[in-house]
Ligand binder design. Structure first.
Ligand SMILES: *Cc1c(COP(=O)(O)O)cnc(C)c1O
Length: 315
């Protein structure tokens, strides 16, 4: 049974995460694969996907330090802003979102949700936003640090990585079969790096970059790998030609593939992240070998990292 995130403590979170279902896919789209999807989009209706994992240790740390406010930043379609606003409402934190660009009259449904969840939005110019990685960013945009816990864009900090490594351990413990590969969408690369350093070495972690950000993803993986005492270079791979032209770029073929997946498997994907992973997987394994029957079935796990609320941008 899927549990929702009702309490802010690690045991409750682990309990929910250990109950996330694995769904086996039987589809002609993947004739050479034994494909499973881990439905982390279902861990909670609003604190969804990998963002739940990147937030959990941040929220626990903020509570421990007596901070009553979570401050974070992102763009108008950020899943991380959405999840942070929802988590603040659920667990009793005030939340402030520093948003790149001007406030427009018709805000994205994501930002409308965030406000409805009680997040206070602060719009900053693109040039101000560029300073988001600097330690005085909050002061720069006129916010006080005292009662606040700052979470960087996308949840990409040490606590964020700890949460992803927790996910890797939970996958190791709960996998119904042993997987040769685990595929995941990459933005910052923290999810990829966290999984590389926590999944069993016999499982190769494959990241699909959803934007042109090869160098920053490789850097994130390298840092997380170094912190974990090094990773074997054959234990992971980054696919950097599956982004369809860039962040949130859609193509007719991606769109058609998504619709086909939807109707054949019932698993919803989003154009920005998970559809690009599934599409890259189909391209890698989808072609029938030889006389139509593969002699060897690869066992692959795709981690569904959520993001379905973003589908409203493509309606
Ligand atoms: C944010 C996000 C990612 C990217 O995760 P990173 O750790 O930044 O690489 C992948 N999938 C979904 C649905 C996301 O919202």
């Amino acid at each position: 049974m899927v549990r929702y995130l009702t309490e802010l403590n690690l045991n409750a979170f682990v309990d929910a995460a250990e109950n996330v279902p694995y769904q086996q896919i039987n589809s002609d789209l993947f004739p050479n694969l034994d494909l499973w999807v881990r439905r982390d989009d279902l861990i909670d209706p609003v604190i969804s996907g990998n963002k739940a994992y990147k937030l959990i240790y941040n929220l626990i740390e903020a509570r421990k330090r007596g901070k009553d406010t979570i401050v974070t930043c992102g763009g108008a379609w950020s899943n991380h802003i959405h999840a942070t606003a929802a988590a603040g409402l659920r667990f009793g934190f005030k939340t402030i979102g520093i948003i790149r660009g001007e406030r427009v009259r018709e805000m994205s449904p994501m930002l409308q949700d965030a406000e409805r969840f009680g997040m206070s939005l602060r719009f900053v110019s693109r040039s101000q936003y560029r300073h988001r990685h600097e330690s005085n960013f909050m002061e720069c945009v006129g916010l006080c640090k005292k009662m606040s816990w700052f979470v960087p864009e996308g949840g990409a900090n040490n606590q964020g990585a700890m949460g992803v490594r927790l996910l890797g351990k939970i996958i190791t413990k709960t996998s119904p079969v042993s997987f040769g590969e685990c595929w995941v969408a990459c933005g910052t690369g923290v999810t990829l790096g966290g999984l590389i350093t926590s999944l069993p070495t016999k499982t190769k972690t494959v990241g699909v970059a959803v934007l042109r950000a090869k160098s920053s993803i490789l850097k994130a993986v390298e840092e997380l790998g170094r912190a974990a005492g090094g990773v074997a270079h054959d234990s992971w791979q980054l696919i950097d030609n599956g982004h369809q032209g860039g962040y949130a770029k859609n193509t007719k073929s991606l769109d058609a593939f998504m619709k086909q997946m939807d109707s054949m498997t019932g698993i919803g994907l989003d154009h920005v992240y998970t559809a690009k992973v599934m599409y890259s997987l189909a391209k890698r394994f989808g072609i029938r070998m030889g006389n139509g029957r593969a002699t060897h079935l690869n066992r692959v796990l795709l981690m569904h990292s959520g993001g379905l609320q973003g589908r409203r941008g493509f309606a």
